[in-house]
Design a protein around this ligand. Structure first.
Ligand SMILES: *Cc1c(COP(=O)(O)O)cnc(C)c1O
Length: 345
């Protein structure tokens, strides 16, 4: 990869970050008069830990990776935005992304005025490695990859991802939001091998904490330090830090829910495949199914009228007449299957 200094925007490389009270004094004390907080206890009268060390220690244990390799964000959406703000000079630099994929990469590119180069997946939703690499030039700072991918549901081939990691000399982001539902292992073990790799995961999907807004980025310590410099000092509030920490203590419950969802995924896929309007249920490594139907707009509308909302992906590239259906509870999935059998759907 290019030297990190060549990849980072000059103003960010030279940035002297805001130093908050909790940065300047860390440690035990009995009287805190340094942060202009209200001294009367409310449970939340104190600022939260800006580096979330207690929570990171727990994540470090379950992910088997050093806390210095972890950045926590307000959902994965925060590290996605920060990647642009750290690496991409507006109006000059560009990024390359597979298409279709998660919409936030493109929206954040637009917000940051960074050119976003969309490279279509192959017809079988595999990566077009050559086209991705060919699309990159000296101003390409980042490649966006998502595995398992949203909305197609499939894993990207490991060798394809490795080729990109080895051949592209900029930052490679692999978004693993759905990795807990996948048969493949995470790329986390490769953080030390590839200094240009950033892995995104989240508490929003398998962990069942979408409302708490907590995403994770894993990368080299140098890249994590850049994230720490640029993020809002208190980006993860105390309520979220506490509640995510409690959720991690119940890892067995999460594992149990994931196994139920996986069982339901195969059952729902088999049931939907029986429906005369279903043309294809794509293989999924995620907690949703991409389902091609005869007329997606019609089926979408008919389901809405029955009170069931799925995601219509009809206008998405390579996803014509496709619906993206999240795996629900057994009861919810049964309702959906019944609706697929009923008239007018
Ligand atoms: C759902 C999803 C996320 C999660 O976003 P959060 O901001 O953490 O809730 C990230 N990436 C992809 C591909 C997703 O589908």
């Amino acid at each position: 990869m290019r030297d990190l200094e060549q990849l980072v925007r000059k103003n960010i490389w030279n940035l002297k970050p805001y130093s908050c009270a909790r940065d300047e004094f860390k440690g035990e004390a009995s009287v805190f008069l340094d942060a202009n907080e209200n001294p009367f206890y409310s449970g939340y009268n104190r600022y939260p830990d800006p580096r979330q060390l207690a929570l990171k220690a727990k994540i470090s244990k379950i992910k088997n990776i050093g806390a210095e390799h972890i950045m926590l964000g307000n959902g994965s959406d925060e590290p996605i935005d920060l990647v642009y703000r750290i690496f991409c000079e507006p109006g000059i630099d560009n990024v390359v992304a597979m298409e279709p994929t998660y919409g936030m990469y493109g929206v954040c590119a637009d917000i940051n005025n960074v050119e976003y180069r969309r490279i279509p997946l192959n017809a079988d939703y595999s990566l077009n490695v050559k086209a991705m690499l060919d699309a990159a030039d000296s101003h390409t700072k980042v490649m966006w990859l998502c595995s398992p991918n949203n909305p197609t549901g499939n894993l990207m081939n490991r060798n394809d991802l490795r080729t990109i990691l080895k051949s592209f000399d900029g930052i490679v982001v692999i978004d693993e939001a759905y990795i807990d539902f996948s048969s493949e292992t995470s790329w986390l073990t490769e953080i030390d091998t590839y200094s240009n790799l950033i892995i995104l995961q989240t508490f929003s999907k398998a962990w069942g904490m979408a409302g708490a807004r907590c995403g994770m980025a894993f990368a080299s310590t140098q890249i994590i330090e850049l994230f720490n410099k640029v993020k809002y000092p208190y980006n993860i509030n105390s309520l979220t830090q506490n509640i995510i920490s409690e959720r991690i203590d119940k890892v067995a419950e999460k594992e149990n829910q994931v196994s139920i969802i996986l069982e339901e995924r195969s059952r729902l896929a088999a049931e939907l495949a029986q429906s005369p309007i279903v043309e294809c249920v794509y293989p999924s490594d995620a907690n949703f199914l991409l389902v091609k139907v005869a007329d997606a707009d019609k089926t979408y509308k008919a389901l809405v009228e029955k009170g069931t909302i799925v995601r219509n992906r009809n206008t998405v590239k390579l996803c014509g007449n496709c619906l993206r259906i999240t795996i629900g509870t057994k009861e919810e999935n049964e309702i959906l299957v019944k609706e697929f059998r009923s008239e007018g759907v």
